[in-house]
Design a protein around this ligand. Structure first.
Ligand code: ATP
Ligand code: MG
Length: 250
């Protein structure tokens, strides 16, 4: 175990990297997950490793959509489980959503390990082990979900979702919330609510907004969701990257 000094200028990034490494060692995260992490880090660096005001607005709209949902579900993959297990369990509890393990590189063993890991962080029920449902339009291995979980959900949160699956979920008519650091990736571009932020910051931020909005009427929640502009959020994130109006810490 290497100790990372807290005053290191890249402390947060190094801790994150370490968690992903540990996830691979524990059989929770796939090796492909390391590559996704590397891409994410690059975009986070360009965004200044902060939550943009437009990402905060997206997190608030996401909280409103989840609270207004009949059946919300959070999709959990190996990177999410390694990086923010407790925060993901908290969010599910705050909005009364299903937690479902859903892997791009599926193995039953890894699904079980992730489910155990989430239970170790306080989850009661974890879905994704049955696989009796499907996302139409995808090959079997990629499209298998639980019938009483993601398949029947009206609002889904998919952090770091692959572009094809994001499009297929959207085609099912679900309200889709994507957390992804790359505003140019297909997944946030197909989302109803793209949150261009590190999932480490975004997941607890959605939970905080959900707690703030807990007593808001369904009609007012609907207004918050409807007034969110996905295109504008993507444009603002791109502009922040292009303009680099932040202090690079290197
Ligand atoms: P596609 O267009 O099919 O989505 P892609 O190029 O986006 O392809 P992915 O496998 O989806 O390929 O890449 C991983 C994505 O996950 C990248 O967009 C990366 O920015 C994002 N990502 C990685 N780590 C994080 C993180 N911690 N928080 C948020 N997003 C992350
Ligand atoms: Mg993507």
């Amino acid at each position: 175990e290497t100790e990372i000094p807290e005053d290191h200028p890249r402390y947060a990034s190094l801790v994150t990297r370490h968690r992903i490494e540990a996830g691979v060692e524990q059989g929770i995260t796939s090796k492909q997950g390391l590559i996704a992490q590397g891409r994410g880090e690059a975009f986070d660096y360009l965004l200044g490793e902060r939550t943009l005001p437009s990402a905060d607005a997206a997190a608030r709209a996401a909280a409103a959509a989840l609270l207004a949902a009949d059946h919300p579900a959070l999709s959990v993959n190996g990177n999410v489980a390694a990086l923010a297990p407790a925060e993901t369990v908290d969010l599910a509890a705050a909005v009364d959503a299903d937690l479902e393990v859903n892997l791009f590189n599926h193995t039953d063993e890894r699904v079980r390990r992730i489910a155990d890991h989430l239970r170790g962080h306080g989850a009661d029920e974890v879905k994704g082990l049955v696989g009796d449902g499907e996302i139409p339009g995808l090959e079997h291995a990629r499209g298998t979900v639980d019938a009483d979980g993601i398949e029947s959900a009206d609002v889904v949160v998919v952090p770091l979702e692959d572009g094809d699956r994001a499009a297929a979920l959207d085609a099912m008519g679900k309200t889709e919330i994507v957390i992804d650091l790359n505003p140019g990736s297909r997944s946030p571009r197909t989302a109803d609510i793209p949150i261009i932020d590190n999932l480490i910051r975004a997941v607890p931020n959605v939970t905080t907004h959900a707690r703030d909005l807990a007593d808001v009427s369904p009609a007012d929640l609907r207004t918050i969701v409807d007034s969110f502009d996905a295109e504008e959020a993507l444009t603002e994130a791109e502009a922040a990257i292009r303009e680099g109006e932040f202090e690079r810490s290197a």
